[in-house]
Design a protein. Structure first.
Length: 142
């Protein structure tokens, strides 16, 4: 920024500026009908969530904070530190990484055993909702 609050002009490629290499975006696969149905069943009973799209997949937000999301053929839920510790003890559960090495640390990526168990997935989403209720609401950016 300049002292007047203006950004300096960018150098053009013609004047010898180096080109940035674009980072290659990973290819995302579509979720199965079974995963989408499991997600719907787990959150449909919650009247306090707002449905949105995140990463091109269905997600639900509570008080402006993302609660749970489908990603490829998986479901992840935002949990408190204690609940994350309990969740990662489940065989196959892990921190959610939309790209390798870029974990979203509060989100747990649940294995098929949880996704396919309506009561287990619903219970984890309820635990996530309790955690989000303890956080300040987030205003949606316009």
């Amino acid at each position: 920024m300049t002292p007047h609050g203006k950004r300096p002009a960018k150098k053009s490629a013609a004047k010898g500026a180096k080109k940035k290499t674009a980072r290659k975006m990973p290819v995302f696969s579509k979720p199965s009908a079974a995963t989408l149905e499991a997600f719907d069943r787990a959150v449909v009973k919650r009247s306090d969530v707002e449905w949105r799209t995140m990463f091109g997949y269905p997600s639900v937000f509570l008080r402006g904070n993302m609660l749970a999301c489908v990603f490829q053929d998986r479901i992840m839920v935002r949990l408190s530190p204690a609940d994350r510790e309990a969740a990662v003890a489940i065989d196959g559960a892990r921190l959610f990484e939309p790209s390798p090495g870029r974990a979203m640390k509060e989100y747990i990526d649940f294995p098929r055993s949880v996704i396919d168990d309506d009561s287990a997935l619903g219970a984890w989403i309820d635990r996530g909702a309790r955690y989000l209720m303890s956080l300040p609401p987030k205003n949606r950016s316009k």
